[in-house]
Design a protein around this ligand. Structure first.
Ligand code: FAD
Length: 413
């Protein structure tokens, strides 16, 4: 069987695979990407956070993304009943990028992957990883192309950016059940013919229908809008009929969903994902590292998935390059602990969203600017800035603030 030799093999050409491949290639190491599908391919995860831009910049992707004309996103709107809370990324505590994008991921991921190829990194599309063996300082990965032809790749490191494919977690028995309740999502993209030219056209709107059922509305610059419903599986499955009929029932039943969507044309039949949360026993091991959704995924409510994909991929790429230069790295501290600091911060906010603490904060009329800007930084993905008390002591800060605001409401009744 043919064996190709590289320094680093990257599995998957999503955001984590592309960022990692670029970081390795920049340092002059030989890197190859294998991708199961042919791009463009559909993947969910369309609302990005400003923190991602740090990594796109480091990976050299910014000119290509800017040129593609995706919808700029400069904040997020949250709605519940007749209340509204608006976060503007230009009013964030942490200094950094003050915008991100709302993107159809099929097009967006292709822009990144094409940039990687232009940098000289080969991507084998329609090629699947079917097995891996580690022997000493190398690994041998067996891949299969669209003609079912098998070949092997010898690599010093493997970066697993396979997302929902979770290649190494499955092959190396690293899967662990998430400690999050099993929730589900149903979504599609609609043709948004009567979109008003207001604040909501340039930022994601998250509608809290009930405490554990919410809706996203994400307008794109191509005239389409992504709409999704998230809740417990029994609620996502509660309507009868075809997937399209079920979806339209949700559109009509939730009063805050704009009426212009009720009969809008769908770009594809709605898709469902049941039980999206995932976790792993470890993030790295001898000769491999997991990045992006191949690691832990909590919940889509704060659009943090691609941010973690890029954060993990960039650090993994940098650490591997240093090791290839002969400098041993402290992976536990520099990789696992760093990522888990961000994951744990978002975990608090996700839990606080579903148990109502965050809704108390978001929809309070007593909110203060100096606190809002700290929460806004978290929502922009700046969850590693420990000078922000809403990052440093995330759980305590959120719990105390929610209690305070609730008691103020009770006093005024
Ligand atoms: P992916 O983007 O999934 O890319 C992995 C690639 O690996 C794919 O192209 C796949 O084809 C390839 N692959 C898989 N198996 C193999 C194999 N065996 N061999 C070779 N290649 C393989 N995140 C956000 O940032 N914003 C959002 O608004 C958002 N909304 C979400 C909504 C829902 C309902 C869910 C469930 C998730 C959402 N996410 C969101 C999360 C987002 O989808 C992921 O975090 C993100 O796509 C992870 O990027 P990645 O590069 O790790 O993986």
């Amino acid at each position: 069987m043919h064996i190709e030799e590289v320094d680093v093999l990257v599995i998957g050409a999503g955001p984590s695979g592309s960022v990692a491949a670029s970081m390795i290639n920049k340092q002059g190491y030989k890197v190859k990407v294998v991708e199961k599908t042919q791009f463009p391919r559909f993947v969910i995860g369309e609302s990005l956070l400003p923190r991602c831009l740090e990594h796109f910049d480091a990976a050299g992707f910014m000119p290509a993304i800017e040129a593609a004309g995706f919808q700029k996103k400069n904040g997020a709107v949250f709605k519940m009943d007749d209340k509204q809370c608006d976060f503007d990324f230009s009013e964030s505590y942490t200094e950094g990028w003050n915008y991100a994008w709302q993107v159809p991921r099929d097009e967006f991921d292709k822009v990144l992957a094409d940039e990687v190829e232009k940098m000289g990194v080969p991507i084998s599309y329609q090629t699947t990883v079917s097995g891996v063996e580690f022997n000493g300082s190398n690994s041998i990965t067996t891949i299969e192309d669209q003609n079912s032809t098998q070949s092997q790749i010898k690599a010093k490191y493997i970066i697993d950016g396979s997302g929902y494919g979770r290649v190494l977690p499955r092959l190396l028995d690293l899967e662990e059940p998430s400690d999050f309740p099993v929730r589900a999502a149903m979504f599609t993209q609609v043709v948004d013919t009567n979109r008003p030219n207001d604040i909501e056209s340039n930022r994601i709107t998250v509608i809290a229908h009930t405490q554990d059922f919410w809706v996203w509305v994400i307008p794109f610059s191509n005239g389409k809008t992504s709409i999704g419903f998230v809740g417990y599986e029994e609620n996502i499955k509660k309507h009868d009929g075809t997937l399209e009929e079920q979806f339209r029932s949700f559109l009509k039943e939730i009063p805050q969903v704009p009426e212009r969507f009720h009969n809008s044309e769908m770009r594809f039949e709605p898709k469902q994902i049941m039980g999206y949360s995932a976790a792993v026993k470890q993030l790295y091991g001898p000769g491999y590292v997991l990045t992006g959704n191949a690691t832990e995924f909590l919940d889509p409510v704060f659009s943090s998935g691609v941010t973690f994909a890029c954060e993990s991929a960039r650090i993994a790429g940098e650490l591997i390059c240093k090791e290839l230069e002969g400098e041993k790295q402290d992976w536990e501290k520099l990789y696992s602990k760093h990522l888990m600091q961000g994951v744990d911060t978002f975990r608090t906010y996700v839990q606080a969203w579903y148990d109502g603490r965050l809704q108390t904060i978001f929809f309070s009329s007593q909110s203060e600017h100096n606190i809002n800007i700290k929460i806004c930084s978290v929502l922009a993905g700046y969850v590693w800035d420990k000078s922000n008390s809403f990052v440093r002591s995330h759980d305590k800060a959120v719990t105390n603030l929610a209690k305070l605001l609730k008691s103020q409401v009770n006093q005024t009744i």
